[in-house]
Design a protein around this ligand. Structure first.
Ligand code: ZN
Length: 449
């Protein structure tokens, strides 16, 4: 190798190294820091490596020497979305399948979440042990995409909830409390980030989980210092679960209005509430709302066949004739009233969608839709965004993210419009920064009205 070439290579390597730890400075954006306090109209954020080293008003934050300055005047910066209830590896090629839980399916799903601004996702149950492996590899830096957290298989009911096509090694179905304890112990050996329980009869179709089973599972999980989230539908089950010590209700309460007894108990115990409105809405929204199926942001996220199917008359008839459709609409309406009541009562609200569980629950797209529905339920845009960052991070025990403060991970979205004016503006993604690295948005569209 001649000397000049060697010198050039060394210089190039030197530049690459310098760039890797070159500080980044985001100058001039309106900042929604996710703590819930009002926006800072002209901010400076300094990022070093994967975290924020300084943040504050322009003119008050020292800009380090040699920093790369990103001009974000006129933009809004908000925390990356944290989905506290999503799924991976359950849908392949637009269909649910027991064979979908593969690396080949999961990696593109993590990428899709990230490209829509979902920087962290809790895969809340129905995971094979492969989920732990992918999570661990990702933490070592070898797998890109949304940061994956895993609730393992989760505890369901024999021949009942969750009624989804999965392999036997994707969910435990204990008959007794002793079996539930054994299942939790087996799961704990893999260090899950949370546990999941299903306590529901799925619109009256199946027997529910016995209270002694969920009590034993929750107690054993807590002995292992692992939090528990539960799938719920009914107010009575929610009360029993909160009394049993569950840490989060992972869906809306949808049979009737929440009452003072529940809110008091949730506040006393610090129980989190994750509404997941898109679960209910996904059962009918595509059949009834052409402006939604014509949304280009949705088209980027699903196979074309699915979109065509949802736009077709056959699907419209199927949804229209389904006796559960009116029940689901009533359930959604109850859920929306209940979110507003729980937020007003001061219960901890987190953010989730159940995206990835079924083809109509679309990773990435569903999260923006969920924010819209939370605001339609009566939350302010600020309350919805706070739930989607700090709320989820607190529920999941993640102290390093959720807000944009000194020392936190540099997980944030740069938007071309202010979501406090219209929550649909979270869709106006200019860029996504995840652990200090820039991710190009998959789709940027004008919001549907
Ligand atoms: Zn789920």
């Amino acid at each position: 190798m001649n000397k000049t070439l060697l010198a050039m290579l060394c210089a190039a390597a030197g530049t690459a190294l310098a760039q890797a730890d070159q500080p980044l400075v985001f100058e001039g954006a309106r900042l929604i820091d996710g703590t819930g306090k009002g926006p800072l109209e002209s901010s400076v954020i300094v990022v070093q490596g994967d975290h924020i080293t300084a943040v504050g008003p322009a003119g008050k934050v020292k800009v380090p020497k040699g920093a790369r300055v990103v001009d974000v005047h006129g933009r809004t910066i908000m925390p990356g979305l944290i989905n506290a209830h999503g799924h991976v590896g359950l849908v392949a090629g637009g269909k649910n399948s027991a064979e979908a839980y593969t690396r080949e399916n999961i990696l593109p799903q993590l990428a899709q979440y990230e490209q829509y601004g979902v920087t962290s996702i809790m895969a809340l149950g129905l995971n094979r042990d492969l989920g732990y492996q992918i999570r661990d590899e990702q933490r070592k830096g070898s797998i890109p995409g949304a940061s994956l957290f895993v609730a393992g298989r989760g505890i369901g009911v024999p021949d009942a909830a969750p009624p989804v096509p999965v392999a036997p090694d994707q969910v435990y179905r204990p008959q007794t409390k002793e079996e539930a304890v054994a299942d939790i112990r087996e799961a704990a050996s893999h260090h899950p980030d949370m546990f999941k329980l299903w306590v529901d009869d799925i619109y009256g179709k199946f027997p529910k989980m016995k209270p002694e089973v969920f009590q034993a599972a929750i107690d054993e999980a807590h002995k292992n210092k692992i939090r528990v989230a539960a799938h719920v539908f009914y107010l009575a089950d929610a009360k029993a679960l909160v009394a049993a010590g569950v840490d989060a209700l992972a869906h809306s309460i949808r049979d009737q209005p929440v009452d003072a007894e529940l809110t008091k108990a949730m506040k006393a115990k610090g129980t989190f509430y994750v509404p997941t409105f898109t679960v209910d809405e996904s059962a009918f929204v595509f059949a009834e709302n052409p402006e939604v199926t014509n949304d280009p942001m949705l088209a980027q996220a699903v196979p074309a066949e699915n979109l065509q199917m949802w736009q077709g008359q056959e699907y419209k008839n199927k949804v229209g004739n389904d006796p559960n459709t009116p029940k689901i609409k009533a359930a959604l309406a109850n859920g929306m009233k209940n979110l507003k009541a729980l937020q007003d009562a001061g219960v901890h609200i987190a953010f989730g969608t159940d995206s990835g569980a079924q083809p109509a629950r679309v990773p990435g797209w569903a999260e923006h839709r969920e924010l819209e529905l939370m605001v339609r339920a009566g939350l302010t845009p600020m309350q919805a965004l706070t739930a989607a960052g700090k709320g989820s991070a607190t529920m999941l025990g993640l102290k390093d993210r959720g807000t944009l403060e000194q020392g936190k991970k540099a997980d944030f979205l740069v938007l071309d419009a202010n979501p406090l004016d219209d929550i649909k503006n979270t869709r106006e993604l200019v860029s996504i920064w995840h652990g200090g690295k820039e991710i190009k948005p998959r789709a940027r569209t004008v919001a549907t009205k």
